[in-house]
Design a protein around this ligand. Sequence first.
Ligand SMILES: Cc1ncc(COP(=O)(O)O)c(C=O)c1O
Length: 361
Amino acid sequence: MWKSAHPYISNLIAYEPGKPIEELAREMGLAPENILKLASNENPLGPSPKALEAMRMALERAHFYPDGGGYFLREAIAEKHGLQRENVILGNGSNEIIELIGHTFLKPGDEVITAEYAFAVYTLIAQLFGAKTVKAPDIHYSHNLKATLEAITARTQEIFIANPNNPTGTMVNQEQIDAFMEEVPEHVLVIFDEAYYEFPDQPVDVVRYVRENKNVVVMRTFSKAQGLANLRIGYGLAPTPLAETLQKTRQPFNANGIAQVGALAALQDTDHIHTTREITRTGRMFLQEQFAELGWEFVPSHANFVLTRTGNGDQTFRALLQGGIIVRSMRSYGLPEWIRVSVGTPAQNERLITTLKKLYR
Ligand SMILES: Cc1ncc(COP(=O)(O)O)c(C=O)c1O
């Protein structure tokens, strides 16, 4: 019976997330609290304390369905960006926004352009709808917007630009983006994925293209700087008619009420975001210095993770697991010699580097 499954789905290789702490604890008989996970670019400080407090109270109302329209959270997000509530769509993580865009636009034979090294979910969702992913070759592990423009054909439906980019941590600047937007044909939807927006020293403004009613979606998430990855809440910003079309494709209660309340409090918790940015900046510098000391190439990062070339990513990943540390091998991203490491607290970064030095010196 399963042979009748859709061929796009039968041939799909499912997304492989960072190894869960609980899984390694089971496999190695370790206590979960002794395991260090630096694999999914989570916030090592935990959730915003204000979000935690708001969510504890909201739990009392867990028997009610959530406000599917997400009124208060969408209002607050819109205000933050100088937009209207109608421009905001909530997602079960920003991952879901990628899927909703797929539902809305992708047909078999369409083309989706991504960077050479890009977040794996863009390709997975394209495949789900029978669309083909075209990878524009990177320059120095960074988006090459010229090559991206050259890859556009009459079939191109979507272009994904993650800024900062995952898994490389690189950025394209305002000037490059503005020049790119001048050239993109109107039929092509440009999706700016800003999952790591809070981390660069000089962020880029792409929300202006939403205000100008361009064919764009800007995606953000509460999973990274706000530390709410477990709650699955993110959002998209788009010109009103586009946002309203995307709304038609979502489940009625796709963003749960606890997450909505937590995200609303986290949005206003500027102290937590500030501290997170600071420890990320210093931790990133520390890791990069240490990788250089180990003689390893790394890609200078603007995000809360660093990509470094250990020679054999799978081997480093496995060796670190023995020490109770989870990082990400980059084989599935076409970078088998590399690992990606999330920035942790100073103590966590030290533990990682001490273990690596024991292994490699
Ligand atoms: C570039 C990028 N976009 C989107 C996401 C999805 O995040 P979430 O679904 O947790 O919002 C991630 C998660 O790692 C990411 O790295």
